[in-house]
Design a protein around this ligand. Sequence first.
Ligand code: HEM
Ligand SMILES: *[C@@H]1O[C@H](CO)[C@@H](O)[C@H](O)[C@H]1NC(C)=O
Length: 330
Amino acid sequence: MSSNSKTLFFFLAILYFSSVSAIAENEDPGLVMNYYRDSCPQAEDIIKEQVQLLYKRHKNTAFSWLRNIFHDCFVESCDASLLLDSTRRMLSEKETDRSFGMRNFRYIETIKEALERECPGVVSCSDILVLSARDGIVALGGPYIPLKTGRRDGRKSRADILEQHLPDHNESMSVVLERFANIGINTAGVVALLGAHSVGRTHCVKLVHRLYPEVDPALNPAHVEHMLYKCPDAIPDPKAVQYVRNDRGTPMKLDNNYYRNILDNKGLLIVDHQLATDKRTKPFVKKMAKSQDYFFKEFARAITTLSENNPLTGTKGEIRKQCNLANKLH
Ligand code: HEM
Ligand SMILES: *[C@@H]1O[C@H](CO)[C@@H](O)[C@H](O)[C@H]1NC(C)=O
């Protein structure tokens, strides 16, 4: 070929491949705002209404929706794999140690059923999981965060790789920062997301190693007294519901009181405490302790990134009929 015809060939090849990818993009628009605009226009309102109804009856449902988005989206993909029950072959994510204390899964089904009545087979459990977190955050007094939709549901549990992603209660800050960086969340984002520990509870089993055999000297003595009162046994009875509230000041509010607590050495988990002491994170902790606006701004940005982690879109995955079960294949 002459050099001219080579150039022409090259151009045609580029044109061809870019049109092929344009067609593929048309079939799979990825995540978009208001994905259900035509297929189920009421979807987002139904989710909001259900979240508010459930919140009226059980305030702690909102804590669960907030924790769900972390435990589902952080483990490779926002694909509602968290919600699947165990099968004969596979342990569910819900039953692993990292999911300890997670609750209210049956009320996800309540939301799903309301959607199925209106638009059967249209709205994915992964979008329900993400949008319920958004509306739960608002119920707790946090910011309204516009989020995209169009996720589809995975078919398998990720329990086997869960620990490679979700940090443990005593993980080093270096590992925590690295894992969040892997999905595009920077230090400010990590500090903001941990602000979720401004609501809810921590069971004694996750705390007793800071109290027994010796009290962790890093803990605020005034807080130790309360923790010992709530967790009187070095080996808590796994069946007894013994726990300490994450934020005694405003336990039902998603606010920046968490940052003042951890600066005051009242962080319950080792990761909470380290957030306030590690020199990479401390400047952000101080800034968020001072400014709720700054906390909310970074929190909204990080939740958005988390919610867009590696979704199944287009023809990948499925729309589950029930959130705790993958569909039967015929
Ligand atoms: C380094 C990262 C994190 C670790 C090690 C961690 C660990 C934990 C642990 C051990 C509990 C107590 C569970 C129990 O005893 O019932 C907990 C509770 C909670 N976590 Fe995290 N977490 C982390 C990050 C996050 C993030 C990013 C969010 C949300 C954006 C979140 C939301 C929550 C909520 C809302 C609760 C309270 C749940 C309830 O009361 O039902 N956590 N976390
Ligand atoms: C973290 O705590 C678990 C128990 O929950 C323990 O098995 C593990 O050794 C601890 N890891 C570190 C680094 O201290």
